[in-house]
Design a binder for this molecule. Structure first.
Ligand code: NAD
Length: 472
């Protein structure tokens, strides 16, 4: 029986391994983590992350061929294939701070693998890492290899949060990069055999290690660039009377462009897009490719600009001050169908409004008060971009915000309502009831283009929607 161990039981490690266990009943999968709380949650009825379909898959496999454990070293030493899916955040201090990937967790995992291994291992980079990371990992693993062979593969994960299980069950592609040596080819085949249990052969593609590593950064950079492109257009639409949805529809009909990922919004978030682009920027700078670095930097700058544009629109529409006014925030997660708030645009928008002394009432179906508390108290890490969000956020104790049990409670007596996440339930709200319970004039600021602006205007709302003609 092939034994797989995954180091890191997070948003990637948990769902990915659950699907491997589901599709490969003859493989034993152990997911390990240094966070005992996370492992405890994976073994409980309250999984540590929310993903549609995840609970069913975990419940089907847990205790059979899927195990969540804190015994990291034991499972690593027993495994044939070790996935490393630890976090690789942006460095916050020292060389490359604000751009480079922090590989502290990766290095510590690699050192532990080297220490505890007693048999040959395939070590798979599942985390998103800078191109050439495998070279460093090889040095760590083989430094004192005790005659053990380590083969490093790059197998970046392309799942999107909110659709992770669907993406894993039916991936557009599985990418496996390895050394072009007999050992490398054998390792690639072993990993291919795992995925081949459910992924069609033409969707499993192989590459050299550096292409595979770089492809993940490139994919996220292209996706984020697409969002910043449409968001840049949304600003121009607002200035000219064009409608960004109509522009997206028109350009998306061009088969060279395609219709997907052309929705304008308050900005992209999530733990990956910004982090991976900054990482790309750093790699370009390290290679002396300054103009290329500047090109990718602009994607993040436009994203920051979009968030500050939204805040400015809220404040300027509400007669240039929101001081003491209640504003309802509907949606805090960075996208629908997830409870993840990492780098969510809601953080910057809320901080901007709190900076202008608004009173916020926040509602998100999957985000807890503790998460919001943590997010709003963290200071934004500034890197060298000139676009400043509202700089004067009141000290934590002076901030006035609370969390509501539902959307109707959040909007009661509010002067304005901001939609920051595209949860389906926000499309179905009774907006007449909401209008009746709000202060007048009642403002709606739709950061995700989920409401029917014309209908809301008929009710009496003043509506601002991203990239749409302003209230007539
Ligand atoms: P996460 O923070 O949710 O999970 C990482 C886990 O690794 C944590 O639970 C942490 O405790 C654990 N960990 C860290 N060091 C460890 C060690 N030495 N031993 C055991 N456990 C350790 O992160 P994530 O969102 O799952 O992302 C993991 C990687 O996958 C990142 O590189 C990310 O860029 C990449 N990725 C993320 C997504 C996504 O949508 N979240 C998609 C594709 C790729």
């Amino acid at each position: 029986m092939v034994k797989i161990c995954c180091i890191g039981a997070g948003y990637v490690g948990g769902p990915t391994m659950a699907v491997i266990a589901l599709k490969c009943p003859s493989v034993e999968v152990a997911v390990v983590d240094i966070s005992e709380a996370r492992i405890k949650a994976w073994n409980s009825d309250q999984l540590p992350i929310y993903e549609p379909g995840l609970e069913e898959v975990v419940k089907q496999c847990r205790g059979k061929n899927l195990f969540f454990s804190s015994s990291v070293e034991k499972h690593v030493s027993e495994a044939d294939i070790i996935f490393v899916s630890v976090n690789t955040p942006t460095k916050t201090r020292g060389l490359g701070a604000g751009k480079a990937a922090d590989l502290t967790y990766w290095e510590s995992a690699a050192r532990m693998i080297a220490d505890v291994s007693k048999s040959d291992k395939i070590v798979v980079e599942k985390s998103t890492v800078p191109v050439k990371t495998a070279e460093a990992i090889e040095k760590i693993l083989t430094h004192n290899s005790k005659g053990i062979s380590f083969q490093i593969l790059s197998n970046p994960e392309f799942l999107a949060e909110g659709t992770a299980i669907q993406d894993l069950l039916s991936p557009d592609r599985v990418l496996i990069g390895g050394r072009e040596t007999p050992g490398g080819s054998k390792a690639i085949k072993a990993l291919k055999d795992v995925y081949a249990q459910w992924v069609p052969e033409d969707r499993i593609i192989t590459a050299n290690l550096w292409s595979a590593e770089l492809s993940k950064l490139a994919a996220n950079a292209f996706l984020a660039q697409r969002i910043s492109s449409v968001n840049a257009m949304s600003a121009l639409c607002e200035a000219t009377g064009a409608d960004v949805s109509q522009v997206s529809h028109a350009i998306g009909k061009d088969t060279r462009i395609g219709p997907k990922f052309l929705n304008s919004s308050v900005g992209f978030g999530g733990s990956c897009f910004q982090k991976d682009i900054l990482n790309l920027v750093y790699i370009c700078e390290c290679n002396g490719l300054i103009e290329v670095a500047n090109y990718w930097k602009q994607v993040v700058k436009v994203n920051d600009y979009q968030k500050s544009r939204f805040v400015n629109r809220v404040v300027s529409s509400m007669f240039n001050t929101v001081s003491g006014k209640k504003i309802a925030i509907l949606g805090f997660a960075f996208k629908k169908d997830t409870g993840d708030t990492r780098e969510t645009p809601a953080i910057d928008v809320c901080k901007g409004l709190l900076g202008d002394k608004a009173k916020l009432s926040i509602y998100d179906p999957q985000v807890t008060k503790d998460q919001i508390e943590r997010d709003l108290s963290m200071s934004k890490f500034e890197w060298d971009h000139p676009v400043q969000l509202q700089p004067t956020v009141p000290a934590a104790g002076e901030q006035i915000w609370d969390v509501s049990a539902d959307a109707y409670e959040a909007v009661k007596d509010a002067h304005g309502l901001c939609i920051l996440t595209e949860w389906d339930e926000f499309r179905k709200l009774d907006y007449q009831k909401i209008f009746n319970s709000m202060q007048k004039p009642a403002f709606v600021f739709d950061g995700r283009n989920v409401v029917d602006a014309a209908k809301l205007r008929e009710i009496g709302f003043i509506v601002y929607a991203i990239g749409k003609p302003l209230d007539p």
